[in-house]
Design a protein around this ligand. Sequence first.
Ligand code: ADP
Ligand code: MG
Length: 210
Amino acid sequence: MRPPTIRLEEVSHRYPDGTLGLERVSLEVLPGEGLAIQGPTGSGKSTLVRHLNGLLRPTSGRVLFDGEDVGGWHVAELARRVGLAFQEPDRQLFRPTVWEEVTFGAASPASARAALEALGLEQLRHRHPLDLGYSRRKLVAIASVLAMATPVVVLDEPTTGQDRRGLELLLEMAARLRAEGRTLIVVSHSQEFVERACRRWIRLDAGRLA
Ligand code: ADP
Ligand code: MG
């Protein structure tokens, strides 16, 4: 499946408690693009990326895939196109072994194996994800998203807590995704990661595009 052109039109999001998470953000992401989203804590980065797979819906404004408003699409339809690895891996992990976690939504057993291998997790496949350290849990959550083989991959702070080896594995994975023509959207505070993995950077500040 070819990645869609993703367009946000004046997207605002207000949480039920009244907090304005995102304010009139307009953005276009082309197929195969590598886009980094930066900005301070609380600036709306996670709120923005949660709109790409339907986890959140705009309070106002629209999200368009190839010109079509996805407001009426079921989450499952969006999930076939966009895989999102959460900032907080423990909100995503729920299976008793790494292997089951990564195969749960996988496109095929082969894509699950490839994802485990890409992130250096093969040896840990029989372990319980929640028994692993934070940086490994993060890699498991990312691997389970990669295994879905979606044309668009969104990673919310994948580099947090990673050592040099983890960073290099993530960079190789990003390069492979880009070479396959898949779209990569990454929230990251690692300047090295965004410079090497992405071609365009945007910055959010207090919910607005800076
Ligand atoms: P970032 O990812 O850039 O750190 P977030 O998108 O998580 O920022 O948060 C943007 C704003 O929305 C912040 O003010 C944050 O406190 C608020 N926010 C995030 N999630 C929720 C929520 N579930 N309910 C209420 N406010 C939230
Ligand atoms: Mg965040």
